[in-house]
Design a protein around this ligand. Structure first.
Ligand code: PEP
Length: 257
């Protein structure tokens, strides 16, 4: 079984369309040699057309940061999965910031994941517990619940295109990462075991699961050395070209075939 590592930079509400195009123009050459790693940047929606045009024909892929499940309609401020066709290969769903600030629910993450798959893209479904849940020993049950709800009704065939990101909320943007052993064991117990129950061994063993939460060049190798971790979803460190390129290089060195 080989799972291709995947490193995705989530830029959140950073970089203007011009800055985003300049950034990927520089990054693409620096990550070109690491083709054992899949890599993508997730700019704001506004920057998607320029970034995807710049990266056309390259191996640096594009992710959107969210998508609505309806194709079109009265949903002020939203962008539909249908509208992202051709602009992105991946769509991040269920990010903890969307859950916290935009009232994202498990049910909506599930509707969105189906819409993203139907539009021919790959959802990156983010799950993870709060500090209070972690301290109360509720991590496994909580994350199992999130992932089961997000995947409700998604076929075994479609699972080949689903990526999951385990991101403990207390580790996002805080500089405080989970230990690599903690992350690995939660991914094994809360995610791969749930996939085994919901689907089968094949899907549990072949689904790509990233870790996210204060990943940077200094700790990337530890995470990549863990057997259950297939890459990283990265916020802060992905905003810097040198750091982003270093993360891809480390993933290729530690995980590359
Ligand atoms: C994220 O936004 O998904 C994230 C993990 O952020 P950071 O790397 O800054 O903790």
């Amino acid at each position: 079984m080989h799972r291709m590592p995947i490193v995705v930079g989530n830029w959140k509400m950073n970089k203007s369309p011009r800055e985003a195009v300049d950034f990927v123009g520089e990054l693409v050459g620096r990550v070109r040699d690491f083709d054992s790693v899949e890599k993508a940047v997730a700019p704001t929606s506004l920057a998607l057309p320029g970034v995807s045009r710049t990266l056309q024909g390259t191996q640096l892929l594009v992710a959107a940061q969210n998508a609505h499940w309806e194709a079109a309609g009265a949903f002020t401020g939203q962008v539909s999965a249908d509208m992202l066709r051709g602009l992105a290969q991946f769509v991040i769903l269920g990010h903890s910031e969307a859950r916290a600030y935009l009232a994202e629910t498990d049910a909506n993450v599930n509707r969105k994941a189906k819409a993203v798959l139907a539009a021919g893209m790959q959802p990156i479904i983010a799950v993870g517990e709060s500090l209070a849940q972690n301290e109360a020993g509720e991590t496994i049950d909580f994350v199992r619940g999130q992932v089961s709800a997000a995947l409700d009704g998604i076929s075994a065939d479609d699972m080949a295109r689903v990526v999951i990101a385990y991101e403990p909320i207390w580790a996002i943007g805080t500089g405080k990462s989970a230990t690599s052993e903690q992350a690995d064991s939660t991914i094994g117990a809360a995610l791969r075991d749930t996939l085994r129950e919901l689907y089968d061994d094949n899907i549990a063993d072949n689904t790509r699961i990233q870790y996210g939460g204060s990943v940077k060049p200094g700790n990337m190798a530890e995470f990549m050395a863990q057997p259950n971790i297939d890459g990283a979803l990265v916020g802060g460190a992905s905003l810097n070209v040198h750091d982003f390129a270093a993360l891809v290089e480390i993933a290729a060195t530690v995980k590359g075939s």
